[in-house]
Each structure stands twice: as C-alpha cells, then as structure tokens.
Design a protein around this ligand. Sequence first.
Ligand code: FES
Ligand SMILES: [Fe+2]
Length: 424
Amino acid sequence: MTLIATDVDDSIEKLSSKLSAELARPTHAIDPYFYRSHLVHERELEHLIFRSWIYALHASEIPNKGDYQLLEIGEDSIIIARDDQGELHGMHNICRHRGAAVCEAPCGNRSTFVCPYHGWVYNLDGSMRAAREMHVSSEFDAQDHGLKKIRLVNYMGLVFINCDPNAVDFIGPLSNLDKPLGAYQLASAKVAHKKTYHIPANWKLVLENYLECYHCATSHRAYAKMHTLKDLEEKVEPVVNAMLARSDAVTGVDGMSTSYRKIYLEAEGFGACSYTSRYGLFDGYLTGSRDGQPVAPLMGDIQGYDGGAGDYQMGPLTFMLNYPDHCVLYRFLPRTLTTTDVEIVWYVNGDAQAGVDYDVEDLIWLWDHTTQEDEYIILRNSKGVNSRFFEPGPYHPEFEATLQDFVHWYLHTLRQSLPNQAAS
Ligand code: FES
Ligand SMILES: [Fe+2]
C-alpha cells in the first residue's frame, strides 16, 4: 500500500488550534495532522530546517580548488565549493537571472558554474564572473548578482551550513565538545564510506525513531546485545560507572568522558544544539561491530578500548556515534512531506587503508543493519500514524525523554511562527 499523506481543509487557524492542543498535553505523542499537512511541512522548512545548522560534508571530500558537492534539502539544492584560495563556500544552486539550477551533477570539479539556460557565469565563491550581453542594460551591476551565499562553518573538518543569514554562532556551542570529540582527530580522519537511505516517511517519524532507544530491545537485537542505552539507567549503572571510571586512563584522553547537554529549547541559540556523553558497552564488547571486536585501527589520540562509546549531537538533525576505532555520523533531512533522506558517514583514522586496515563491509555492518531495521519499523509506524483512527499514546518518561525535548522544541517553534505569536 502506498501512503498518500494529505490534509484537506487546512489553515493557519487549524494549525494554531492543533498546536494549542498539543502544548496542553506534552507527555503524549502528537496528532497525525503534523505528519500529513502540507501547510505544516512548508512552515517546518521555513521556520525550523532552513534556520538550523546542518552537516553538509567532511572537508576532505572536496580537497582541491574547484571541488564541489551538492546538498539537497527539501526541494532546494545547495552548492558547497572550494575556491582558488582553498576557502569553502556555501551558496544556493539558483541562477540570479531567471532561476535555473547552475549545477546538476551531485559532485565534481569546476573552474566556474555556468548556467545552462542563458549562460551567466559564476566564480567558485559564488560571485558573478560574466552575464552574457548584459552590458546593454545600464542598470545591471554584476556585483549585485552573485549566487546567494549560505553561512558555513568548519568544525574539526565537519562542515555545517545554515541558510539563515542571521543564524546564531555555532562554533561556540560546538566548542563544548572539544575535548571528547577532539580525541578522534576528525579533521584528518578519512570518510571510509557513506550511504543515503531514502525513507518514504515524514522526517519527524524518522528522527523521532532515532531519538529514543525504547525500541532497541525489540527491534535491534544485534545492537541491543552490546549497547547499554537499550536499558533503564538504574539497570546498567554499574557497567556505565565502571567504564567512566577507567575511560580517561584507558583512552589516554583527558576529558574523554565529559558530558554536556544543551539541545533543542535549551540550546545556546536556535538550531545550535550541542551534546556529548559517554555510555557503556556490555562486558566483552570493545566497539560497535557485528561481534563487538575492532574493525579498524584506533582513531586519533585514542590509546585503548575503554568499553565505552561517545554519543554526540550537533544541531537539531546531526548526530555521531563514536567508537575508539571508528565514528558514525547520522544526518536527517526532509525532502518532501512523505520522504526523508538519512545519510550515514563512517569515518576511520586518516591513514587507515581499505582492504588492509579495515574491511568496508565489516566496518558498516552494524549501523547499516540497524538502519534497515529502523526503516522497517518507521514504515510500520508511518502506516499507523496516517490512519484516521490513530490516537496518540503516552511517551515513556525515561526512554523517550529526548524525543520529547525535540517535540517540545518543534511545537514551540511552530507556535512562535504564527502571526501574533512572535512575542509570546
Ligand atoms: S536562468 Fe541562468 S542565465 Fe538565465
Ligand atoms: Fe532504531
């Protein structure tokens, strides 16, 4: 069965009353309306997604001048390019004449971006180089017609973009992760593999699934046997505390077990979530792999396996799961009302060689397998949520706490976006 999400007879008034109802019962899952309304989807893009810091790529993926990659968010396309001076730039893939996309291939190397329609030419930093025959217009100024720029920061080689020119600083919030994340030496790390999962469900269902581990015991048997996050804290406290006690000494990294949490409504600015904590693996497991044994050389400054794994959040939609021998980045992006792209990027130490120091199949097995399991349950979830008979139930107070943080931020932001609500 193909799900067709739709909500007819939609309006700002309807959205407003739905938001009031949800905000009045914060401990329950949200109404199906929020997964089915085109009006909601448009407002999410404008007020949440295009105001948030979002991971674009690792700087090593575009190492040379003229290298670029496209990033697709919703129906929009963004170019990330390296200019002749080695600087990175983010810009909208929209010609300043009549709007054609100036770049089609998802990655490559260019000396300029040439619009295929009437031939306007742009430099690698987005500035205009030439607008064919426009000299006959006395009003035309090439300087005013560069590709629209996008905010961009490079944190340890992780490149984030933000389409809001007034976005808050992101490096400050991220600097709270410097110690534990710095240990992996991500700036010189290698992208060993990346894969995009096109999931036919609303992006919130996909993200909400990632934000809770209530389902881990029932849906992810391979993951659950090694990761303590699938249990209540009171149950796994001894395992986690023993790991935290030895973490700095075993890894050789001062501050490896630092924890910091300012996400969603508590973030240091809109969309600038920043989170780190270290949690335990069950005894006998050293890393996140098919059998819990190492799949690559130790990363960066890390000297040994402490039986722990680092959990990170950077912005509302980007996460990392870092083991001593490899790191796994997750990024969630809405494409349409009913489709979502999940990108997973696997990093290994910068000098590790495929086929010698690691096997890609072994490296990616656990999280590829787990994501396929997630896709299965998300589709089942989507099917039920799209039924007129769905009545949202209560969240689990511990397992689904972070999911609730996301939902409250989401509802609050949509509420703030309504006319006459900006000051409330
Ligand atoms: S739309 Fe690009 S040159 Fe006309
Ligand atoms: Fe899952």
